[in-house]
Design a protein around this ligand. Structure first.
Ligand code: IMP
Ligand code: MG
Length: 178
């Protein structure tokens, strides 16, 4: 039997409409000056691609590769940088773009790393947030959607590297690998 497709939680249309609104919020919420948008790989790659096109102001794009999960669904709290930024960010307005904030451990760690490079300002945008799972109090400036404590896939997010290309955000069927 073919695997059951993930059950939709957020449709393509709902995501597109929220991303468009976020782009406007970000463009007006970050002070004038050079803006560098940093996507956290790999989960944020699709969100980042749509988001930067929704921010109506000049910006630079860069990426941080991190590994926090392996194939498990519980944050280890240990985050490894697998690929660093190419651009210097000192004196730049920086927007860090994440797919999802769960415990907050990944963001807390990335924030420390970026602050040490002396950006002019640092804001954080996450498409999704699971507030009930938070273990550290990290401020997320722009949030797409708050969702319940359920494992989601699609629109860049994976379960054991599967489902990233799904055009919506869904819940994997019980029994499928997470
Ligand atoms: P945190 O350190 O616990 O906040 O974990 C953040 C990272 O865990 C995210 O950037 C995702 O890569 C991953 N993650 C957390 N929840 C989910 C989920 O529901 N689906 C897919 N990945 C998730
Ligand atoms: Mg991530």
């Amino acid at each position: 039997m073919p695997p059951t497709p993930p059950r939709p939680l957020l449709t393509t249309e709902a995501i597109a409409s929220r991303v468009s609104a976020l782009g406007t919020e970000i463009a007006t919420g970050i002070p004038e000056g050079q803006l560098t948008v940093i996507g956290v790989l790999r989960g944020a790659f699709i969100f980042m691609a749509d988001l930067v096109r929704a921010i109506p102001r000049p910006l630079r794009c860069d990426f941080l590769g991190v590994r926090s999960y392996g194939d498990a669904t519980v944050s280890s709290g240990i985050v490894e940088i697998t690929s660093d930024l190419l651009l210097p960010i000192a004196d730049e307005h920086v927007l860090l773009v994440e797919d999802i904030v769960d415990t907050g451990l990944t963001l807390q760690y990335l924030k420390e790393i970026l602050v040490a490079r002396h950006p002019r300002s640092l804001r954080i945008c996450a498409l999704l947030s699971k507030p009930s799972r938070r273990r550290v109090d990290v401020k997320v400036d722009f949030i797409g959607f708050e969702i319940p404590d359920q494992f989601v896939v699609g629109y860049g997010l994976d379960a054991a590297q599967q489902h990233r290309a799904l055009p919506y955000i869904g819940l994997v069927a019980d029994g499928d690998p997470k």
